[in-house]
Unconditional design. Structure first.
Length: 114
């Protein structure tokens, strides 16, 4: 299913959920099978709940433990955090002021009927 509600794109299938806020470019991804989660805020910071090997300008970085961060040259960062921390950040920063909250990040549930 692909749908847009209050300037938020919803992409939902049997394996994953993607929410993209068109107002501020924030993005939330949740894999319903593996429970991998990532959140990109409006400042292009990326937060994820899984380890990864990342190449930036031909330099390789490894995110191997919770709390680890990689600082990018543009001032943004990539961080490996716990699920709850990602959910709290998404809940606080995904929506713009006055924007309707269509998804509850803390409970991983829609607040509207799809």
């Amino acid at each position: 299913m692909v749908k847009t509600v209050v300037e938020i794109n919803i992409i939902l299938n049997t394996n994953s959920l993607i929410l993209i806020n068109n107002k501020n470019k924030a993005r939330f991804y949740y894999d319903l099978i593996t429970q991998r989660m990532s959140f990109d805020d409006s400042n292009e910071n990326k937060i994820q709940n899984y380890s990864a090997t990342i190449s930036i300008n031909f330099e390789v970085f490894n995110l191997t433990h919770v709390g680890q961060t990689i600082n990018r040259n543009d001032g943004s960062m990539i961080a490996y955090l716990r699920d709850k921390d990602i959910q709290e950040l998404a809940e606080k920063t995904f929506y713009e002021d006055e924007q309707m909250h269509i998804y509850d990040f803390m409970n991983l549930k829609f607040t509207i009927k799809l």
